[in-house]
Structure formats: C-alpha cells, structure tokens
Ligand binder design. Sequence first.
Ligand SMILES: *Cc1c(COP(=O)(O)O)cnc(C)c1O
Length: 359
Amino acid sequence: MTRVYNFNAGPAALPLEVLTKAQSELLDLSGSGMSVMEMSHRSKEFQSVVDEAESKVRQLMGISDNYKVLFLQGGASLQFAMIPMNLRAQGQVADYVDTGSWASKAIKEAKLGGAANVAWSGKEENYVRMPLQSEMNLSSDAAYVHICSNETIGGIRYSAFPKTDAPLIADMSSEIMSRVIDVNNFGMIYAGAQKNIGPSGLALVIIRNDLIERTPDTTPIFLRYKTHADDGSLYNTPNTWGIYILKLVMEWMESLGGIAAVQKINEAKAGALYSTIDSSDFWRSPVNKADRSIMNVVWRLPSEELETAFVSEAKKAGMIGLKGHRSVGGIRASIYNAVPVAAIDALVEFMNDFEKKNG
Ligand SMILES: *Cc1c(COP(=O)(O)O)cnc(C)c1O
C-alpha cells in the first residue's frame, strides 16, 4: 500500500489512525455484528456514536449549554440557504462580508427572498486580504453578520474576528478545529466536515439557543434548525457513516492533546511553507501577510508553465492536490489537521530542488 502526501482542498486527507480504526470496525461495530452503515439510526449503538461525537465536539471546542451542536446534511452549502431562511425575519437586513468565492456563494443565497447588505467586499482587490474593522459598513439593525473565517480558494483568514452587535455567523469549513477560538463570540459556527473533521455530506452546526427560536413559520420543517435540535440530529436518517468518522476524528484530536496542541503543529507546518515562499523571489505569495491562512497556502511561480511543471513533477514525487483552484490558478497546498508534518517536509524539500533546477 502506498499512501500519497495529500494536499487536496476537500474532500481532503484524513488521519491514517482514523482510517485504520474505521477499517478494523467496519464489519462489526462494538459487538453489533454490523457495520455502522447497516444499523438503525435509532439503535442504542448508533445513539452512543452520536452522543460521543457531540460530547467530544463540545469538549474540544469548549462549547457551553447555551449552544446546540447539530450534524446536518447538505454540506456547508445548504447552510448558505438555511441561515437567511431561519435567522432573517421578513423585511430585515442581514450583513455579509465578501472575502472570496465562498463568502460570495453565501451572499448569492442571502439575496434571494430578502435583503443582504454587503458590508465590505475584497473583490476589486482580487480577494487578497480581510477587511479592517473600520472598513465594514455594518447595518444598525442587521439580523446577523455573516463571514467566511478562512477562504479556502483565496488562502486568507481572519487573524482577529470582527466585532459586531448583531450575532456573528462564521463559515469555518476549511479551518474548523485548526485553531483555538472562543465560541461565545459567535451566534453560529458551521462547517462542511470534509476539510478538517470528516467525510463530505455532513455539516457541523453550532448555534446559540436563542437563534433557534427565530425561524419564521413559513420555513419548511426540514430546513428549520429547531427541527434538528429537538430531535438530536435524528429527525430523519442522518449521514450515519459521516457522524461515525467525525467521532473517530474527534478521538484522534483528543489523542494529540486537543485543538491548542494541533494549532501549534499547524502553525509550524504553515510557517515552514511560508518561510520557503518568502526565502526567494522565485516564489510569490499573492495575499496580505497578516491574513495568510494556515490551512490553505497559496503561491505563484514566475510563469504558468513553471506552475504546470511544478504540479506534475510533484505528483510524480508522490504529492497530490497542489494545483490552485481553477478560478485563480497558481499553487495551493491545503494543509489541514490530518496532513502530517512529513508531508510538509517533503514539499519543502521538493520546492528547494525545483527552484535549484528552474530558478
Ligand atoms: C468547501 C467549502 C464549502 C462548501 O462545502 P460543501 O460541503 O461542499 O457544501 C463552503 N465554505 C467553505 C469555506 C468551504 O471551504
């Protein structure tokens, strides 16, 4: 068996320990004689999977009883639609900060069926930075303020989050559990699981109790947060496999010492890449230094031809997923929690060799 160094943006690398554990339990989960995919979502075996997944998420992130933790389907993209349908009343405005591709997608959904105020947009500058607090034109009566905390394609992230009077809602898909945050500063946090915490088709939603009560009666039952909160994420058949893998990822996070410990590793990983990029004019980071993501590292080479060669030679050397998103080009290394330090070491060595040959 050969495992590649996986720099995919999502779905992305999962910890080898998690895959091995899942493999060992695949035919018989805790003496049930079945895999997790074959058992009733109402069984006591599966109930304990959901309960453990939730309690581990709560413990790792320090989430108080004031918030619900939900496991929903439809990925992060369904949240773009559910948020305005649940949290913005008829005639009310919601504020959005446009920091890149993902924030823009959320704005598109919010513009349907109500008012969305774009409080700041980085589009004219090609999304190379996050806004300063003073640059945002927030509404005085906003239902909420929506941000994307880490732009997966642009490679930027907030080093400090905006201060808002209205509840702050953050799409943390590509950085959830990569750094310590204070959940209490947010009204809601959500993430598609397939970057840092599990497989695709599963979204983690952390939502403050009072917000769950806001939903207008016209919102379809299935699309209400309250429906899923009242039934402990088991209103209908959930993504049982996804929740199970998420639980294993949480156990793996615990084994590493929790989010603070993982953050240290992440900062060292990102630091090694950025210092290689900064070490010579051959490489160029297109984004504002203070806003550089520690999950999605983007950079350019002197020409597109060299970028193409870089990606294909890296692939031959066992490193995959380094091509930048088709909308922006260049190189992107997604270095989520599960990407091992050895992968970064190999990439840095490869970069140094590549520069010697082509610089
Ligand atoms: C990947 C991603 C999404 C979309 O997630 P899906 O699960 O595919 O809907 C949304 N926001 C961000 C920041 C992402 O990285």
